[in-house]
Design a protein around this ligand. Structure first.
Ligand SMILES: [Zn+2]
Ligand SMILES: [Zn+2]
Length: 369
């Protein structure tokens, strides 16, 4: 997995502040926990607060920094955006301006030299090694886009350190005082929670480019993994995300664990989020079928019967998908024949279901052969 870029990263200077923070937080968190048990007696109720802070700060990163600001996959009420910026700071992952610029760079140059967390440089680099090095170039200028003139984002960037200390340490300490265990509050809802949120979100850059399936594309290393989704607030469906990056969902199906999607959707019921971007179902299906076709064909001779069967079944699906997409476009024009178009879409969707059954049979036949 190593490439020439590894040599270039060695030339980068160490970021001592980040390196010490990343190594000292787990150590000091454990020390504080021991002190809490020793002097305050372990209070299991503090875990509720820790979990609350874990979701509050982690979801502010995934729903706020990531899907709202980096990808603009929906719009949010300014109060919600403000809250995401405040509690996102409590995750100690840099200001939104810096975080989102890095993330846009990741998408634009995935798996290449300019990718800040290029997985080809190894697990450790993609997970946290890149945070421990100083970038010689100010990439905010190049990838910051509209964020550079967004007053809320600029404000958060200016007061990032104060905000992160306030949310990351002071609030958990105050919570601990309220619960009668200040050291416990600081240890569990503060320091150890920061460590957990760090590594759960770092997994998105590391393991989500290693573990799982390439459901929609193999043009980059991003993978879909329901297991990783559990640890990353739903961001584990990373292959989907890299292919349809403006979609507000990562786990696109209702049963896929994606609390970030659920939060954004719930906010929309109260008008607090709106203009949610959803990739059309047909485009998602087409990408999925294309990948299945590519994988199925890989070990088949071009002139084999199975190769031709797969091509034919795929062609039928493609035509059906195209016709549904065209009709849906017509539907948006709100013409006088709306009901008729809806009826034709329904017919085609039934047809598509049966075409997909034929498709599955063609692929199953391949496995049995
Ligand atoms: Zn990625
Ligand atoms: Zn992204």
């Amino acid at each position: 997995m190593k490439n020439n870029n590894t040599d270039k990263t060695k030339e980068l200077k160490t970021d001592w502040v980040n390196s010490l923070f990343l190594t000292l937080t787990p150590v000091s968190g454990i020390i504080l926990l021991i002190l809490h048990i020793r002097y305050e007696g372990f209070d299991p109720n503090l875990l509720y607060g820790a979990v609350f802070f874990y979701f509050l700060c982690g979801l502010s990163i995934t729903a706020g920094y990531h899907r709202l600001i980096s990808h603009r996959s929906y719009k949010a009420n300014p109060i919600i955006k403000f809250l995401f910026l405040i509690f996102g700071a409590g995750a100690f992952q840099n200001s939104a301006l810096k975080w989102c610029s890095d993330h846009r760079r990741h998408h634009s140059h995935c798996d290449h030299e300019l990718d800040p967390y290029d997985i080809n440089k190894g697990f450790f680099w993609a997970h946290m090694g890149w945070v421990m090095k100083k970038e010689p170039t100010d990439y905010v200028k190049r990838f910051g886009g509209e964020m550079k003139t967004d007053k809320l984002i600029i404000w958060q960037d200016k007061y990032y350190l104060a905000l992160s200390i306030l949310v990351g340490f002071c609030l958990p300490l105050a919570y601990g005082f309220y619960m009668g265990s200040p050291i416990g509050g600081l240890a569990l809802a503060g320091v150890l929670r920061i460590v957990f949120v760090h590594h759960c979100t770092f997994f998105i850059n590391s393991l989500c480019h290693i573990i799982g399936y390439q459901t929609y594309t193999d043009t980059n290393t991003a993978k879909d993994s329901p297991i990783m989704a559990l640890f990353s607030y739903g961001e584990g469906y990373h292959n989907f995300h890299h292919f349809f990056q403006t979609d507000y969902r990562n786990g696109v199906y209702f049963y896929q664990f994606d609390p970030t999607k659920w939060l954004i959707r719930s906010l929309s019921y109260f008008g607090l989020s709106y203009d949610l971007i959803r990739t059309p179902d047909e485009s998602i299906l087409k990408a999925k079928i294309n990948m299945q076709e590519q994988n199925a064909k890989v070990c088949l001779p071009i002139d084999s019967i199975q190769y031709k069967q797969i091509e034919k079944a795929k062609e039928v699906i493609d035509i059906c998908i195209l016709r549904i997409a065209e009709l849906k476009k017509q539907l948006k024009k709100h013409g006088p024949d709306t009901e008729e178009i809806k009826r034709r879409i329904n017919v085609l969707q039934i047809e598509l279901k049966s075409d997909l059954e034929d498709w599955k049979m063609a692929l199953n036949g391949l496995q049995l052969a």
